[in-house]
Design a protein around this ligand. Structure first.
Ligand code: ATR
Length: 273
């Protein structure tokens, strides 16, 4: 029997993870199955135990269970601890559960490997201060940018989040109306785009040659990508590459093999066209 993996979430129907992991498995010659499991709210622990007891080897965890996943893990990576969320669980043979978060690494790798955008020494602005942003901050900090500014509709959340990342380099939080400087890289980590909205951004936000990245994908271009193009960004990217890169890092945690992401991104991109 092939090893079983799954993504758990609510909702989960839209998830592309089964398709991505199936493509990775074919490419690397690994025998595994990967399914979607819709978990009712409040039943994460039971669902996880049922999956593990039926021979499951590992899980991806999506909204709204990433914090629950962190709590059930016996040990977590440093990036998952600092990010406050777990998106990958590995059921170890000794019965212990290891938790990791591959989202931030996925974002950094998509920027660097697929788009030649390097974060070292750059001034980064990240929009939003929710769970998705917190999850990727450790990986962004690890690239040693010059500074990270977190802007959020609810200013206090941005200030609190920035204070958590009391790193060697400046991380500051503010509201959108306080954004007076220009940035090299602007990352949209809000959920505003899901309802077709955009945070109130000043027109003078981008340095020459700036890159903009929307952590979500779907409609092409997203509302934030449209904003970036209208404001002369050199690059206006969506989050499809991040999705595939984070999956590849999960695949590596489970199987010890790094799949080639480029052909998988291409398949998904074509399917969305
Ligand atoms: P996620 O898990 O996707 O991060 P979340 O923790 O609910 O979800 O965070 C959503 C983020 O999107 C928050 O930063 C939220 O801003 P507030 O903290 O002020 O609520 C932001 N957001 C959602 N809708 C928005 C909108 N229409 N305009 C600006 N920001 C928005």
């Amino acid at each position: 029997m092939s090893d079983r993996y799954a993504v758990m979430g609510n909702p989960v129907a839209h998830s592309k993870s089964p398709q991505i992991h199936q493509l990775f498995a074919e490419q690397t010659g690994q025998a595994l199955s990967y399914e979607k499991i819709l978990v009712p709210l409040g039943e994460f622990q039971q669902a996880l135990e049922a999956f593990r007891d039926s021979g499951g080897k590992g899980l991806n965890i999506t909204v709204p269970f990433k914090q629950d996943a962190r709590e059930v893990a016996h040990s977590v990576s440093e990036r998952a601890r600092a990010g406050g969320a777990v998106n990958t669980l590995l059921f170890e043979s000794n019965g212990r559960i290891f938790g990791d978060n591959t989202d931030g690494t996925g974002l950094v790798r998509d920027l660097r490997n697929n788009h030649a955008v390097h974060l070292a020494g750059k001034r980064i602005l990240i929009l939003g201060a929710g769970g998705a942003v917190r999850g990727v901050l450790p990986a962004l900090l690890g690239e040693l940018p010059e500074s990270i500014t977190i802007a959020n509709r609810t200013e206090t959340k941005a200030i609190e989040l920035a204070a958590l990342f009391n790193a060697k380099l400046p991380v500051k939080g503010c509201g959108y109306d306080a954004l007076g400087e220009r940035f090299d890289i602007v990352i949209n980590g809000t959920s505003a785009g899901l309802t077709g909205e955009l945070p109130p951004l000043p027109h003078t936000l981008l340095r020459e040659g700036a890159s903009c990245y929307d952590m979500v994908y779907g409609d092409i271009p997203t509302v934030f990508q449209q904003w970036a193009l209208e404001h002369d960004a050199a690059l206006a990217l969506d989050g499809l590459g991040m999705l595939v890169e984070q999956a590849a890092e999960s695949f590596f945690i489970w199987r010890g093999i790094s799949p080639d992401t480029a052909p998988v991104i291409e398949v998904l991109r074509q399917a969305m066209a």
